[in-house]
Unconditional design. Structure first.
Length: 135
């Protein structure tokens, strides 16, 4: 990106998300944890697809198809799976829900164990009365 408008991306805030995933090791642990759901000749890694879905959600998306905002900016997100590929992965993960969630949580746990990464309080310890939504 530059001040003259060349190389401008409208979703530049996603860079922080991917850099955080890289630094914490989540960009390695998600693909490792989700490897069992990767089809033998798949082009797109399930871990990258899940990370892209999380980024799309963080950038204001509210459905699977909103991953298209990342696909439109390959310099920012790299290769992004097509809507049918994303949908098939979500269906596959949903069919194996408990095991898929366990794998994703294991990847998250590895990222939280990264030195210097603050671990959030368990959900049970957080009170809705102490959280204020952004205005």
């Amino acid at each position: 990106m530059s001040a003259d408008g060349r190389g401008l991306v409208s979703q530049a805030g996603a860079i922080l998300l991917w850099e955080t995933m890289r630094v914490t090791g989540l960009s390695r642990s998600l693909p490792e944890s989700l490897a069992r759901w990767r089809a033998p000749r798949a082009v797109h890694d399930p871990g990258k697809i899940v990370a892209d879905l999380a980024a799309a959600l963080a950038l204001g998306g509210d459905c699977l198809a909103d991953i298209a905002m990342l696909r439109e900016q390959p310099a920012l997100a790299g290769p992004v799976a097509s809507d049918p590929v994303v949908s098939r992965l979500v269906s596959t993960l949903a069919q194996d829900g408990p095991r898929a969630l366990k794998a994703i949580r294991a990847a998250r746990e590895r990222a939280w164990r990264w030195p210097g990464t603050p671990r959030p309080a368990p959900a049970a310890a957080r009170s809705s009365s102490t959280w204020t939504p952004p205005s």
